[in-house]
Design a protein around this ligand. Structure first.
Ligand SMILES: Cc1cc2nc3c(=O)[nH]c(=O)nc-3n(C[C@H](O)[C@H](O)[C@H](O)COP(=O)(O)OP(=O)(O)OC[C@H]3O[C@@H](n4cnc5c(N)ncnc54)[C@H](O)[C@@H]3O)c2cc1C
Length: 325
């Protein structure tokens, strides 16, 4: 039996990252308690679109362009991680300049094909965040994880894993490096019910029989949850390019706040504060990255190799910049 059997770990935060980490740790024999003052899903993870989209994220997000390998590895960690339905229908470019997008996809080495509607990839998947959280909670509870509805303090028993998204500032010094990025997202009744995710410049539309998901704004430096009419109107305007007539449909707006680092990748690994481990800053790809981050954190706590991507995610990677600033 591993020597860490029964070792106590407190996980601060019950978003996608915290829940996946709790599950991964409990499977390795740690005694895990998850703390969160908010209700289930009352966080960025709960409002997200749930795209697991290495290809179009690498193609469209300048900070993700160099990380297609890591994003693919993160997607590929999902199928064995938990019995969560993964929609593998794929994603279709419906923005301007299809030829330019085809060249970008080729340059990335993405798998795609030309269709009459635009370049299409089946490398990008999707999950339903609400359903995924339900499964993650149930499996974690069954594996013995305890949940408490309160904020973590700086004197929790055992090791502390900080998975507090854009919150939790007092728990570790590195959290100062995070920038909040507010996002508006719309649930639209009567939009596409099935088919690939439609991607455009600064906008996407995820088909769903209950309500299609139109997202999402990236408002750096903002950490409030107020719904703003001009942001909603802007999203609907962009949405017209993907699904003409969408702005006349009934839409419910939601907001969430992601946490971002200067290079767009999360901070995953030991904090400068002894006994504390970080799993924060997943920005616009927290669902995509969650199982990969969880396995890496479990390996750190077990004293094992945290995997081939650990250096790129190491919380200390910005230390030199700070010293020379
Ligand atoms: C509009 C929008 C759309 C998105 N779409 C996608 C997408 O399609 N695909 C994708 O991969 N990602 C997407 N994301 C990003 C993704 O949602 C985030 O990266 C991810 O949810 C981050 O998960 P998390 O667990 O780090 O943080 P969160 O989900 O924010 O959870 C953090 C939790 O920590 C808790 N907390 C805070 N302080 C404390 C404390 N002191 N003690 C204990 N608990 C604390 C909070 O209450 C919260 O519940 C989207 C985000 C937004 C906003």
């Amino acid at each position: 039996m591993a020597s860490f059997q029964g070792d106590q770990v407190t996980v601060a935060g019950a978003g996608a990252l915290g829940l996946c980490i709790a599950l991964a740790l409990s499977r390795r024999g740690f005694a895990v308690t998850v703390l969160d003052p908010a209700g289930p899903g009352d966080n960025a993870s709960g409002v997200a679109a749930g795209m697991l989209a290495p290809v179009f994220e690498a193609a469209l997000d300048p900070l993700s362009g160099d990380h297609l390998d890591l994003l693919r590895a993160a997607r590929d960690a999902w199928p064995d991680f938990a019995p969560i339905a993964l929609d593998r229908t794929g994603a279709l470019w419906r923005g301007p300049d299809a030829a330019g997008m085809e060249a970008r996809l080729d340059a990335l080495g993405a798998q795609w094909r030309r269709t009459p509607e635009g370049p299409f990839t089946d490398e990008d998947w999707r999950l339903d965040p609400g359903a995924a959280m339900t499964v993650l909670y149930a499996h974690a509870a069954r594996a013995g994880v305890r949940f408490e509805t309160r904020a973590a303090g700086d004197a929790e028993p055992g090791s502390l894993v900080v998975a507090t998204g854009a919150g939790g500032a007092v728990l570790a010094p590195e959290l100062d490096r995070l920038t909040p990025i507010k996002g508006h997202i719309l649930r639209v009744a009567g939009g596409p019910a099935s088919g690939p995710v439609l991607r455009g410049e600064g906008v996407y539309l995820c088909p769903d029989p209950a309500a299609a998901v139109l997202g999402a704004t990236m408002e750096a430096g903002r950490d409030d949850l107020r719904v703003e009419a001009d942001q909603v109107a802007g999203l609907l305007r962009l949405g017209e390019s993907l699904w003409p007539g969408i702005s006349a449909l009934r839409a419910r707006a939601e907001t969430g706040v992601r946490a971002g680092t200067p290079d767009g990748l999360p901070l995953v690994g030991p904090s400068a504060r002894p006994g504390v481990f970080l799993a924060v800053g997943a920005r616009r790809n927290g669902w995509l990255l969650a199982p990969l981050v969880a396995r890496s954190i479990a390996a750190y706590l077990a004293g094992e190799d945290p995997g081939p991507h650990a250096a790129r995610l190491d919380p200390r990677r910005f230390d030199d910049e700070e010293e020379s600033a």
